[in-house]
Write a protein that binds this ligand. Structure first.
Ligand SMILES: [Zn+2]
Length: 370
């Protein structure tokens, strides 16, 4: 049973507003909010932090860990979902041995500065487990780095990039550059999809929080909320990189009641034999059942993504971050990941909470089906 809420009120315009709403909702509900402050400040000079609220059992047998903002700028849908869960009292019907753990803004720096990356340039979901392994080369990424981080971002330079990209692709026999970018790289902290060579601040906190809140549970369901992929307002439940032969993939299918979407054995990340959530699996106890998934809420067509990403990244690293061009670039990139229209917000809330309810039921039901 979900109490009615005014959907517009759970969404925010800025990181600091999102954080305030989340913490205030917890306070009104009499819930403790644990803070993990970052030493850097945000775009408006505000304190940055990861905030954690637990609903339900303090010694849970089953845990749902719902995380937002791993890709910074994508954090507004997940934040609204988390605040809405508290406001609507969605968790009041959960079994007495279950906990819902809400981890708000895993990458607060990126959420505040409208960036996917953390303060050290890492892509957090990639850094999460890739930092456990030696770096691997991605020579084809090197071909594109000068285009992804160009010398300047004038209209003329931007207009020349597709032609340069096509030339590189035909010279090197590349049909599709997307998997090259998705595979990530370890060599350019100012580039895109940078794995990082050590655990970022957000990775270390994500690991600690998982161990603290889910380390002794029998069943651990992890849901990491993203935006920017899929049809407008739709929700895709995605496999975060489990091979089809992985036990976690079977658990995920069982809890979900169907197969998730997204890659698994297509080679985009698995060619490196690294599962995205491995570092978190390691925090759970032996014999527990663990599965992670992404919620992906669709926004705008993918063709509107790459240029704003390049321009915003360029201004962050090269320009005056407080200048008007940098501010415009941030807004444009943020607008791709967060549609500030009521129909989109309603869709995110309604589809998100319906899928969460199904997953909760799948988790409860699965204990009798093993
Ligand atoms: Zn994402």
């Amino acid at each position: 049973m979900v109490s009615f809420i005014d959907v517009d009120t759970i969404f925010s315009e800025t990181y600091s507003e999102a954080r305030s709403k989340f913490c205030a909702a917890a306070s009104r509900a009499g819930l403790e909010c644990e803070n993990h402050p970052l030493t850097l400040v945000g775009e408006q000079g505000e304190q940055l932090a990861i905030d954690v609220v637990r609903l339900g059992s303090t010694k849970p047998r089953q845990v749902i860990l719902l995380t937002s903002g791993a890709h910074g700028v994508e954090g507004f849908a997940g934040s609204a979902l988390q605040t809405g869960i508290i406001e609507s009292q969605w968790a009041r019907d959960i079994p007495s041995d279950m906990a819902i753990v809400l981890v708000h803004a895993l990458n607060p720096h990126g959420m505040s500065w409208s960036r996917r990356e953390c303060e050290d340039g890492t892509d957090l979901p990639r850094n999460l487990s890739h930092h456990l392994y030696p770096p691997f080369p991605n020579e084809q990424y090197e071909l594109f780095q000068p285009l992804l981080v160009p010398p300047n971002v004038t209209a003329q330079t931007l207009a020349s990039l597709p032609g340069k990209s096509e030339r590189i692709m035909s010279e090197h026999g590349i049909d599709n550059a997307t998997p090259i970018l998705r595979s990530g790289q370890y060599t350019h902290a100012n580039g895109l999809t940078y794995h990082g060579v050590e655990a970022s601040w957000s990775t270390r906190r994500w690991i600690e929080i998982t161990r603290q809140f889910a380390g002794r549970a029998e069943d651990v369901m992890m849901i990491d909320v993203h935006t920017g992929f899929g049809d407008y307002g739709d929700l895709l439940v995605q496999n975060p990189s489990y091979r089809h032969s992985s036990p976690a993939y079977s658990t995920l299918c069982q809890w979900l009641g169907r197969e998730p979407t997204g890659y698994s054995d297509d080679g985009s990340i698995l060619q490196h034999r690294i599962e995205t959530f491995e570092a978190l699996h390691r925090q759970t106890k032996n014999g527990s059942r663990v599965a992670a998934m992404y919620f992906e809420f669709g926004t705008l067509p993918p063709s509107e993504f790459i240029d704003p990403w390049v321009v915003n990244n360029w201004h962050f690293h090269n320009g005056d971050r407080s200048g008007p061009e940098a501010r415009t670039a941030r807004k444009k990139f943020a607008d791709f990941h967060y549609v500030r229209k009521l129909d989109w917000k309603k869709s995110v809330w309604e589809k998100g909470i319906a899928q969460l309810s199904d997953l909760r039921d799948g988790l409860v039901g699965s204990q009798y089906a093993v």
